[in-house]
Design a protein around this ligand. Structure first.
Ligand SMILES: [Ca+2]
Length: 294
């Protein structure tokens, strides 16, 4: 956050496009003295884990999925415990704590409730158990990314569940219009994967401009999983879609607001980003921004 907040022209606790942030856990995080875990520093194991998350999944040096870009939202604590995501005061712990190993109650974080593991752990673990391996006792930590057998079993089981062709030409041919949106501060479903998918659709169509005639992507700075976070994340896409379909008004931007702070900000159709029209203008008002090419 310190390193990249100002890149978008406004110091507001939000990194508008985390891809532009040159952040490396290995280079930038403070290591703990003698590798003893404390607040305000990271152990070597923690730094190594965050490096792996940042680089995204790979198998024997071959990329399997998108990189993960830290958005600064990881440390967002919410306006109050009651109003934070799913009632959890600390988004960081809600999303990132992966210590809920079944069978060891000492390690259960009180996230969904006593005795239940974290969001990431339970989702990943259950997917591997019930979709991929058909083994209710399978332990996530046994998955070997460098095992071709594990990786092919995973993709063979997962592909039919998650159709992923970026070719939307049949949808376009029957007159479909699509608004996609994803929070840059999302920690459960990698937002960079949505951008990769959109770019792949653009490649099929020939260009982003051609894709934008029927499919527009809105990457929301500072929004977490479907909503929430420090950004101007609250908006209703349905009337915007109606205006596009029924009146032919394609959205170049959507005005989002933050219900806790009252801040408004345009959310720009990808690949554009919101920039203050000139320095010194009030950054809490959407009207002081315009969408420009990054
Ligand atoms: Ca900023």
């Amino acid at each position: 956050m310190e390193r990249c907040d100002a890149l978008d022209g406004v110091v507001d606790g939000i990194v508008a496009d985390p891809r532009l942030c040159d952040f490396s856990p290995l280079r930038d995080l403070p290591p703990c003295k003698n590798d003893v875990d404390k607040a305000g520093c990271f152990t070597q194991a923690q730094i190594a884990a965050l490096e792996k998350v940042h680089k995204g999944p790979s198998s024997n040096g071959q990329k399997l999925g998108a990189e993960f870009f830290f958005s600064g939202v990881e440390s967002y604590r919410g306006p109050s415990p009651e109003k934070s995501m799913l009632g959890q005061p600390h988004l960081l712990e809600f999303s990132w704590n992966v210590s809920g190993f079944p069978g060891d109650p000492r390690l259960y974080p009180d996230l969904y409730g006593p005795g239940l593991p974290s969001a990431h752990y339970s989702t990943g673990s259950n997917w591997l158990r019930f979709i991929v391996f058909g083994d209710s006792q399978y332990l996530l930590e046994n998955f070997d990314f460098n095992s071709t057998s594990d990786v092919s079993t995973y993709f063979n089981a997962t592909a039919p569940q998650l159709p992923s062709s970026p070719d939307l030409s049949a949808f376009r041919a029957r007159g479909g219009k699509l608004i996609e949106y994803h929070g840059w501060g999302e920690s459960n479903v990698n937002p960079a994967a949505t951008v990769e998918f959109y770019e792949a659709s653009a490649a099929v169509m020939g260009s982003i401009d051609r894709l934008k005639t029927f499919d527009r992507l809105f990457m929301v700075p500072g929004m977490t999983h479907c909503g929430g976070g420090p950004g101007a994340w609250a908006f209703d896409p349905l009337p915007i879609l109606e205006r596009w379909v029924e009146q032919g008004q394609a959205p170049d931007s959507i005005v989002g607001s933050n219900p806790d702070t009252g801040v408004t900000r345009p959310i720009c159709a990808y690949p554009n980003v919101a920039r203050l029209i000139r320095p010194g203008l009030d950054p809490s008002l959407a009207s002081n921004f315009r969408c420009i090419a990054p």
